[in-house]
Ligand binder design. Structure first.
Ligand code: FE2
Length: 340
């Protein structure tokens, strides 16, 4: 074979097989900043020789930045929290679809967008927190139970514009239908102890302080308090019980932290490789444990005392893309019932 012919063959191979493209770096836009992330990124570089350049910003600022950078964006991939936010980025056209046999084998179908635009890598639960001295766990075994008039003036929850609540309502619309979900929103709104304010941690503190008896919160805010180095934060957690709703029914509403490859990624092959790395046993542990979350790869276990104390639970297996798709309807519903 002539030299020219070999060169043409090589070039054709490189074009047809992205794995041959030798990216040496990767531009990662992340809304995460946990201690375990250092080990996570170091593990990837050790394995692949690919250097990671990190841009960190808040969730919404990150999306805005990539959007403004447009076709010239150096972003290869974005890591952020909540399926609702990943869906929003997808709607803005920021992701490109990825097919990976490895990701499809490792990540359960309900935790990834069916078109491959984004993938979940850890799972969080939206739980009901209650004051252990005033409420029995059996009283809050479903989200629907919070609509009972007996909770009037006793319930704390953050603003409806918050993504976690939008995703929760999106799930309720899917499972209960819009009319029943609206009745629930209206009743819960009528039970509020105070106008929605603060984040999930503030709702937990409200429960401990006796401002309210029950609250809705992501589980890891409780875990952070329970594992805090500060005695006063641990004291908050000690007063609070955590109920995983709907164990006898569809299962607790869960969400994800996830990532996708950007539409204009300059290092597409490296980006896919990083996603595949995130699905590995080692990375699953670091990624989930950094925020007291559960790995989406079910066989992977994290050694986390709070998660161990929770034990296993049944979760609603609705596809995470639904949490995005129903988001506009959820927002309108909250507006109609006056849940600010
Ligand atoms: Fe959070």
């Amino acid at each position: 074979m002539s030299v020219l012919k070999s060169l043409i063959l090589l070039a054709a191979l490189a074009l047809s097989c992205p794995a041959l493209a030798q990216d040496k770096e990767l531009n990662l836009y992340s809304a995460r900043h946990y201690q375990t992330d250092e080990a996570l990124y170091a593990g990837f570089t050790r394995l692949t020789g690919i250097r990671i350049n990190r841009i960190e910003a808040g969730e919404d600022a990150l999306i805005e930045r990539i959007r403004n950078e447009g076709a010239r964006s150096p972003a290869d991939l974005m890591i952020t929290v909540d399926a609702g936010r990943l869906w929003r980025a997808e709607q803005l056209g920021l992701f490109q679809p990825v097919r990976s046999a490895l990701l499809e084998a490792r990540i359960p179908a309900n935790f990834r967008e069916p078109g491959g635009h984004w993938f979940g890598f850890s799972m969080r639960a939206r739980v009901i927190a209650y004051n252990k001295a005033r409420v029995k766990p059996g009283e809050v075994s479903t989200y629907e139970a919070l609509a009972d008039p007996k909770w009037k003036g006793r319930l704390c929850v953050r603003s409806s514009s918050n993504m976690y609540n939008l995703s929760l309502m999106a799930a309720l619309i899917e499972r209960l239908g819009e009319a029943q979900a609206e009745a629930w929103g209206k009743a819960v709104r009528a039970n509020l102890a105070r106008e929605p304010k603060g984040g999930d941690t503030d709702q937990l503190k409200g429960v401990a302080a006796g401002e309210c008896d029950v609250a809705i919160s992501n589980h890891y805010y409780y875990a952070r308090l329970a594992r805090s180095a500060k005695a006063e934060e641990r004291a908050v957690a000690e007063k609070v019980g955590v109920a995983f709703p709907d164990q006898a029914g569809r299962g607790t509403h869960v969400n994800i932290s996830g990532a996708g490859v950007m539409r204009h990624a300059p290092h597409r092959a490296a980006a896919i490789r990083f996603l595949e790395y995130l699905a590995s046993d080692e990375a699953q542990r670091y990624f989930a444990d950094g925020n007291n979350e559960w790995p989406v790869v079910a066989a992977v276990r994290v050694a986390n005392p709070v998660l161990s104390a929770f034990g296993t639970f049944k979760f609603d297996p609705v596809n995470v893309a639904v949490l995005g798709r129903n988001q506009p309807a959820a927002q309108k519903l909250y507006d109609r019932v006056g849940w600010k």
